[in-house]
Design a protein around this ligand. Sequence first.
Ligand code: PEP
Ligand code: MN
Length: 282
Amino acid sequence: MTTAQVKKPYLLADRKNHPEDTVVTVGTGDGCEPVKIGGGNFQIMAGPCSVESDEQITEIAAAVAAAGAGIIRGGAYKPRTSPYTFQGLGEEGLELLLKVKKLTKKPIISEIMGLSHIEEYSHVDIFQVGARNMQNYELLKALGRQEKPVLIKRGISATLRELLLSAEYVLAEGNKNVILCERGIRTYDHYTRNTLDLSAVPILKEMTHLPVIVDPSHATGRAELVAPMSLAAVAAGADGLMIEVHSNPEAALSDALQAIKPEEFAKLAAQIEAIRPFAYHK
Ligand code: PEP
Ligand code: MN
């Protein structure tokens, strides 16, 4: 097929060619309970921005799991804007994530920054492709040759078409387990860290059959906005949320301003459960 013939080039991601919702199954190894996302299955992914220590990740993971998070998040290799800030614990962080996975029996998600790390991520249940890597096509193609789910975050100035084309890179290589994540885009106002594009949720769900989740933490950069934006995302029809939680936000080594406390997360998770029956769906 030539480029000129490809009028709607996200053929595999396009809802027109695949009317039913894709349901992604997450976590099939290491004794964890598999969970589903998409097609009416809603999941909250929660945990710290970065894995900082055994004590830190164990405490937060246990708390969010008990409060209703189906998937534990934690960054091991961090894409920091400055090379002089905390870069993550790397391999040690991945080992700690495996430990909390065995403890909580919940699957884990962690951001993968490069091709060379794929083998190291053998116990990670979802490969998270960060906003900065949304258009790293070699990484997307390599993840397309894996079987585990891939969560793709929208780039800071990416259009929805570009996001779907990034998903298409993974799908075209054979991996059908793709989840999309709206995490805020860059606009002119710095009142919030980014601008949460909530209309992306119903639009994407119209354009594609892939599950769509929202990350209100990076979208707003402000802890006090995480709860209202989470509830709004659920109302808009999101298939899940990704929320940053820290037991001691002031001391967090990354994204301290947007982390909510475990008790705030528990309250929010209960509110989410209460409004889910009223969520929009077509
Ligand atoms: C993260 O999830 O910690 C992260 C760095 O996210 P994003 O790629 O959306 O900036
Ligand atoms: Mn973060």
